[in-house]
Every structure is written in C-alpha cells, then in structure tokens.
Design a protein around this ligand. Structure first.
Ligand code: CS2
Length: 495
C-alpha cells in the first residue's frame, strides 16, 4: 500500500492509479450545458455519474455540469468541490462486499447563491445553459402537501416576489434567469426535476407558474409556452457519507477526498423525452426515454420510497439503526412484503416491461445489501415531506376503494409515537430531522387526551381524520403502541 496521500484535484489526477477508474477525458473544454441546483449525494451518484459516463465514452463536450447551492447549508459542499476542482470519488458498494471506487469529473464548477445570486442568475441565463436540473428534495417545491397548491405564505417566497434581483428560493432564481433569456431572445432552458415526487416535472411547472404569475404575468405566459418540464423517475440508494468512507479511500487508495459519495450498484433513470433546448444523449449510457414516465414514477415511489419509510419508522421504534438491519429481521421483511403486496401493488398501473413481483424481489435484495448501511435516520428525515406523497396517498386510494389500509396505518401510528417520544422502545434517543419536527411533536404529544390529534394535522392528512374507517383503525393502533411500544409484537400480530 502506498503511504503518500494524494489530495484530490485536477492537478493531481494523473497520480491516481491502482484499482480506481479515473477521468479519461479532457475537462478543460467542457461547457456547462447543465446547471444543477442541489448537489447532494444523490445528484453525485446519479445524474452527475451518468453525465460523467457520457463524457468518458462519447466526448459530450456541451454537457458539463455547473453545480449550484442556494442555501447557506450548501457552503460545505461548495467549498469541498471548489477545492477539488469539482472532482469527487463515487464508491459503489456491492452486496458481496466488492467495493468499486471511481473519480467523477462531470461537475466543472460550483456557485453558491447566498454569496453571489447574480452570478447564479447569469450562469443560468447564459446561452450555453440548456437545462436547469433540480434535486431540491420533496420539501423544496414549496407546496402545501394536503392541497398541492403553491405556498405563498413562505417568507422566503414573499421576499423573492419583492426582490427579483436577490432571490433566495429556486423560483426566484428560475424566473430571474428566464426573464433574462427572454429579453435576450435566447431559447428557454428545460427545467428537469430529479426529485422523488409523482409527476415531478408537472409539479415543478405548476409551482413555477404560480410564482411567476404573481411576479410578472407576461413572463409567466412566455414560460408556459417555452419551457419544457420533463417528468422523470430517478433511482439509486445513496446513504449519507461517513468518516469511515473518507478514511477507507485514504487508507486503501491514498486519496484524500473530503467528501466522497457511496451508493449501491443499481441505478435507474426514466425520463420523458420533452426538452426545450436539446438534451444529452443519455440513452447511450443506459437512461430510458419514454413518452410517459408516470407509471414508472408511481411504481418506484409507492414501493421503494414508501417501503423505505415503512422499514424506517417501524425500525426506528424497534431500535434498528440501518435498513439492512431491518432486512435481517424476518418480521420486518414479511411486514414490508405484506405492505407492498396488499396495499401498494393494488394501486399501481401496469408498467410496460416490468414484472412487479420481480421488481419487489429486487427491492428486497437492494434494501438487504449489507454494505450500504443506509441509516434509518436518513430515511425518517423529512418524513413530513415524504409520507404524504409516498404513503398517505396510497392509503387514500385504498380507502376510496374499500381495500386494506392496515399496514400503512400502523406506520402512521408509529410516526406519531416517533414524533412524540423521540426515543426508541429501549429508551434510546432518536434525533428527529424534519422541517415540521416541532409541529409534529406538539400534535403527537396530545395523543393521550385526543388519540386522533396527530392525524388532525390538515396540512399533512387533509380531512382524513374525518374518515371513520381510518380514524377508528388509527386510534386503536396508536393506543396499542402507546400502551406497549414493542412495535414488533404489533407487526407480528398483523402477519
Ligand atoms: C429514500 C430515498 O429517504 C428516502 O426518501 O427512500 O432517498 C431513496 O433512497 C432513493 O429515492 C432511492 O432512489
């Protein structure tokens, strides 16, 4: 093993050898055809990886990525990637223990909106930019989860409406940049959402138009006509990077990368072929372009993402720390499969070329990958933005058809207990990461006097608390958990 440490950056790239694939293309002349907002682990394991493959194999010079962070919280990734000239290591962890690291070169540079909003707007308005893509998380779309309408009460949105030149939110940036393009008679860029939201492109469109109509009605008309918003289904499990991943690279490859990304081998991206201003030939590297992505999106969100939340919330109370630990526990495996078979599958449409039983088997295998160690806390984070889309929507569809709702209801009752107690069944503290953590806790803490208090939060549950069948079942289940937090016992009783 080499003991010298190579600091990852462009200058040192040639020194990296020995079992790691590195960047084989000349990065100097690559233009930023894509401006990407939200450069988290997922973007780096997914779109940036596909883009890298395209450059590596097909010399796609127009399609480099300029990373953008809009929030103060993005400073760390900005600083790391800037120091490393946009380079980072992607560490693919196989179920059999094989570990495959590679250096990714598709992100050319990074701009931080909080430091320089005009630079971000100019970058997006530049003629070279053809696509603005987004991974801003479910919560970033700024809609009311129960009504699906744009939330004008958000103070940051109020700020952006009044200050078009110094925006804070994605909507302020997009409208400012699109206005510049229109005024310069440039073609509009496409806005490509890569978030886990059903009809993510349609949602991005609806939200942006709501905002733009309030700010500049004529611009809104232009956006409506000129901007394409392809829907897409994105998939690759990408756990939070740990210090041991950083140490692993240094110890085994002598590479000092301050923020590598780890992920599973599986990767999928299904995109609607609907772009305003051209697109990379991603199909050459395995991306599927289809006329209608909705059945794929629904299948993935209601099986994979909901399945994750089922394991995560129940696992948190039981005291499992990772998703693979849940999958080593037969009760969790059986519960997950029952949820998928009895409640998620009946609401899905047929998906061309996909056998749903095989898809569910493959999800189980992916969740069980012992090397991924995806933390239950990552899965439970921001449940208030995830559950309405992943799980509550399924429950509503099943309620309307008189079908099973038991498996999802226990998860909601577990979510209430989790939000209230913030400790697992053994009294171990659980850190709740959620923009609504306070509201969730306040509502959940009233369960003792009003068992339905948690589901009366209309911004999450709409008027579901008024549905007698659901309310009765929920009330029984939540009281069972409060009386005996041994969640596994309640899960077993249902199997
Ligand atoms: C997870 C996702 O926490 C969550 O929402 O289900 O991050 C999931 O790992 C990805 O969507 C996989 O593609």
């Amino acid at each position: 093993m080499d003991t010298t440490t190579i600091i990852l950056n462009q200058e040192n790239l040639d020194q990296i050898t020995g079992g790691i694939s590195t960047v084989g293309y000349d990065r100097k002349n690559i233009k930023s055809g894509i401006v990407h907002i939200g450069v988290g682990g997922f973007h780096r394991s997914h779109q940036a990886f596909y883009t890298h493959l395209l450059q590596e194999k097909y010399n796609a010079q127009e399609w480099g990525i300029c990373g953008v962070g809009l929030r103060e919280g993005d400073r760390k990734i900005h600083d790391v990637l800037t120091k490393q000239d946009g380079l980072y290591t992607l560490i693919v962890k196989h179920p059999n223990g094989k570990i495959e690291p590679s250096i990714i070169g598709s992100i050319g540079n990074f701009i931080l909106g909080v430091d320089n909003p005009l630079l971000v707007i100019d970058r997006m308005a530049d003629a070279a930019t053809k696509i603005v893509s987004l991974t801003i998380t479910e919560g970033g779309y700024n809609f009311n989860p129960a009504t699906g309408e744009f939330d004008f009460d958000n103070p940051a949105i109020q700020h952006d409406l009044k200050n078009p030149d110094s925006p804070k939110t994605v909507y302020g940036y997009l409208t400012a940049a699109l206005k510049k393009r229109r005024d310069a008679k440039l073609k509009a860029f496409s806005i490509m959402s890569c978030d886990n939201i059903l009809h993510n492109g349609d949602v991005a469109r609806k939200m942006l138009l709501s905002f733009a109509k309030k700010q500049d009605a004529a611009l809104a008309v232009w956006i409506e006509k000129e901007v394409c918003f392809p829907n897409s289904m994105v998939d690759r499990i990408t756990p939070v990077t740990t210090q041991s991943d950083i140490d692993y690279l240094e110890k085994n490859y002598g590479i000092k990368d301050e923020w590598p990304v780890t992920c599973e081998p599986f990767i999928q991206w299904v995109v609607e072929d609907n772009f305003s201003n051209g697109r990379p030939e991603y199909e050459k590297v395995g991306v599927q372009f289809v006329p209608d992505v909705k059945p794929y999106e629904k299948m993935k969100l209601r099986l994979l993402n909901a399945g994750h939340s089922v394991l995560g919330l129940l696992g948190a109370i039981h005291g499992h720390n990772t998703i693979n630990a849940c999958m080593e526990d037969k009760t969790f495996v059986d519960y997950l499969r029952s949820f998928m078979d009895k409640e998620a599958t009946p609401i899905l449409d047929e998906v061309k070329g996909i056998d749903l039983d095989q898809y569910k088997d493959s999800l189980e295998a992916r969740f069980a990958n012992p090397n991924i160690k995806d933390s239950v806390s990552r899965i439970c984070s921001e449940s208030s933005a995830k559950l309405p889309k992943f799980l509550i929507a399924t429950l509503e569809e099943n309620l309307a058809e008189g079908r099973s709702i038991e498996f999802a209801t226990l998860v909601i009752a577990a979510w209430c207990y989790y939000s209230d107690k913030q400790v697992d069944k053994n009294g171990q503290p659980m850190e709740i990461i959620d923009a609504m953590a306070k509201e969730l806790h306040t509502a959940a803490a009233k369960t003792g006097t009003d068992p339905l208090a948690f589901i009366k939060q209309e911004s999450l549950f709409g008027d579901l608390a008024k549905n007698e069948r659901f309310a009765d079942l929920y009330s029984v289940m939540v009281q069972k958990i409060y009386n005996d937090p041994n969640i596994k016992k309640h899960m077993k009783d249902m199997l």
